[in-house]
Design a protein around this ligand. Structure first.
Ligand SMILES: [Mg+2]
Length: 119
């Protein structure tokens, strides 16, 4: 099974997503900034999927997406966007995101239904 990197400035959210993925048998790494995510991707060569928040301090999720795609277009990126920020969703898809998750999540099962397609 492929490894996943979850990126969000909301620590409680990345922790609960990590626990949920591990319960599903998926190895998940976490980062709370885009910069930290890029450091992890430098070190860990087997991350196949990045799930990232868009609005974070430092580099945004869209900037992170662009940098990941420049480095390795084979890595899938799923963005987590607010219900009301359709611009961020569209911009992410135009920049190579594979899919999106709308926040706040109705449940983690909703997350799984989207994410499982990229594992
Ligand atoms: Mg955020």
């Amino acid at each position: 099974m492929k490894r996943v990197l979850i990126v969000d400035d909301e620590v409680a959210l990345v922790k609960s997503m990590k626990n949920f993925f591990q319960f599903k048998g998926v190895d998940a790494l976490i980062a709370v900034t885009g910069e930290e995510a890029l450091d992890i991707l430098e070190k860990e060569k087997d991350v196949a999927l990045v799930i990232t928040d868009v609005i974070m301090p430092g580099i945004s999720g869209i900037e992170l997406l662009k940098r990941i795609k420049e480095k390795d277009p084979a890595i899938h990126v799923i963005v987590m966007t607010g219900m009301l920020s359709i611009e961020n969703t569209v911009s992410s898809l135009q920049n190579g995101a594979s899919d999106y998750l709308l926040k706040p999540f109705s449940s983690l099962d909703y997350v799984w239904e989207v994410v499982r397609n990229y594992l």
